[in-house]
Design a protein around this ligand. Structure first.
Ligand SMILES: *[C@@H]1O[C@H](CO)[C@@H](O)[C@H](O)[C@H]1NC(C)=O
Ligand SMILES: *[C@@H]1O[C@H](CO)[C@@H](O)[C@H](O)[C@H]1NC(C)=O
Ligand SMILES: *[C@@H]1O[C@H](CO)[C@@H](O)[C@H](O)[C@H]1NC(C)=O
Ligand SMILES: *[C@@H]1O[C@H](CO)[C@@H](O)[C@H](O)[C@H]1NC(C)=O
Length: 381
């Protein structure tokens, strides 16, 4: 026989709320006290304020020495984030929140606030858990469960999962299906160095043809595209991946040089890519590196050998139909939205609050209205 107790009423009302709202969290409180049906604790995401100190300085400081990752620590496809985690500018286990990612790249590389926020928003939305505000900078972690109700697939993926964040034609990782697409690859790095040797600048300290310059990236990126176009039958190089992959090359020229003289030589390059540690006596850039700098540098790199976005379909290169939203920026934003899960539109309550905060941060540098251009991709992809 059923006894109606206060505990029963609470449980029943929680069940009814969950049933009425199967994908969202059970709480609609604003303060961050919600819990999901599968026991996750809601964490409210807020865009941090602009940093007060954006000056040139030596990185790391004394309180951030290199500590090699242990067996359980996550590291992934991005040498810049791996380096931050190795020095404790991100949590050493490689699991970070939106705010930690932003503050880490601002402090370590002097990345400008809105660019940092957009990239961090894509990381949490695409490959993390926006309910608990966590993402792995490497592979799947038990510390980052999938979203409540698994509305975007059975795992949160982590930044190492292919698509949305990690992608083809990277500088030091193979394409998925071609080899290890997550970790540093000596064979690709050696190719990179041959391009420094052929197109690089001279340095009185590290020697002739040892400085990574614009022509090095122009030629090496084009070489990487041509070789994957020839060898990866499933190459995926849509407009968003194409631009983000050229942005990665722009990051090398904008965030890895010694901030005193803007020089990035092969010693500095090797320190970030191979050892994933800040070079000795390295200085971050002297002013915030923003979206304009990155897009301008990416355009210069791509401009030497212009490409059209496309894919290899069973080995046959097939250009994509142009998106034609009005500008490359809005095309890239739309293409990112075409890959983020459409189920993010259906969430309610606390999760909706976080999702909308992140979508707005992601749209801001592109100058797009986040309420008009919405996630429309297949969940779990
Ligand atoms: C570097 O290049 C300069 C000018 O091209 C040349 O004079 C110099 O001998 C070179 N140095 C070395 C170590 O090869
Ligand atoms: C990388 O680390 C190794 C071992 O500590 C060191 O011998 C080497 O000089 C480092 N290379 C760079 C480019 O920092
Ligand atoms: C950066 O430049 C400063 C000033 O010239 C120099 O002392 C320092 O050794 C350089 N650091 C690296 C990693 O090249
Ligand atoms: C980036 O900084 C430059 C130089 O301060 C400025 O002209 C440009 O408008 C900035 N772009 C953005 C998106 O903030």
């Amino acid at each position: 026989m059923l006894t109606i107790t206060p505990a029963f009423i609470l449980a029943a009302s929680a069940f009814l709320r969950a049933a009425a709202n199967p994908v969202g969290p059970t709480s609609t409180s604003k303060g961050g006290s919600g819990s999901s049906t599968d026991g996750q604790k809601f964490v409210l995401i807020t865009v941090p304020p602009f940093p007060t100190d954006t000056s040139l300085k030596v990185i790391p400081d004394a309180s951030h020495p290199f500590v090699a990752p242990g067996p359980g620590d996550k590291r992934g496809p991005c040498p810049g984030l791996n380096t931050l985690a190795n020095h404790g500018y991100l949590p050493h286990n490689g699991i970070a929140s939106f705010e930690q990612l932003i503050e880490g790249v601002e402090e370590g590389y002097n990345m400008e606030h809105d660019l940092a926020s957009a990239l961090s928003a894509l990381a949490i939305l695409g490959r993390g858990n926006a309910f608990i505000n966590q993402v792995s900078i490497g592979g799947v972690s038990e510390l980052v469960p999938p979203l409540p109700g698994k509305i975007d697939g059975k795992t949160a993926g982590g930044l190492a999962k292919h698509g949305r964040f990690e992608g083809d034609v990277s500088q030091t990782r193979h394409d998925i299906g071609e080899g290890d697409y997550q970790n540093f690859q000596d064979d690709l790095y050696d190719q990179f160095l041959t391009y420094v040797g052929r197109f690089g600048g001279d340095s009185p300290t590290t020697g002739n043809a040892s400085v990574v310059t614009l022509p090095v990236l122009q030629e090496y990126k084009y070489h990487r595209f041509l070789s994957e176009q020839a060898s990866d039958p499933n190459l995926e190089f849509s407009i968003a991946r194409m631009i983000i992959s050229y942005d990665e090359a722009a990051f090398v020229l904008n965030f890895f040089p010694n901030g005193t003289d803007n020089v990035i030589d092969t010693t500095i390059l090797g320190s970030f890519f191979r050892n994933q540690t800040f070079p000795y006596n390295w200085h971050r850039r002297s002013d915030p590196g923003n979206f304009t700098f990155i897009q301008d540098a990416a355009a210069e790199i791509l401009g030497a050998h212009p490409l059209v976005p496309g894919t290899n379909k069973n080995g046959v290169w097939t250009p994509d139909a142009p998106l034609n939203t009005g500008s490359t920026f809005t095309d890239v934003h739309l293409n990112i939205m075409q890959n983020l899960a459409s189920s993010l539109n259906d969430v309610t309550g606390d999760l909706k609050t976080n999702v909308e905060t992140l979508l707005a941060a992601l749209a801001k540098p592109f100058g797009v209205d986040p309420l008009k251009v919405r996630p429309q991709g297949t969940p779990g992809q």
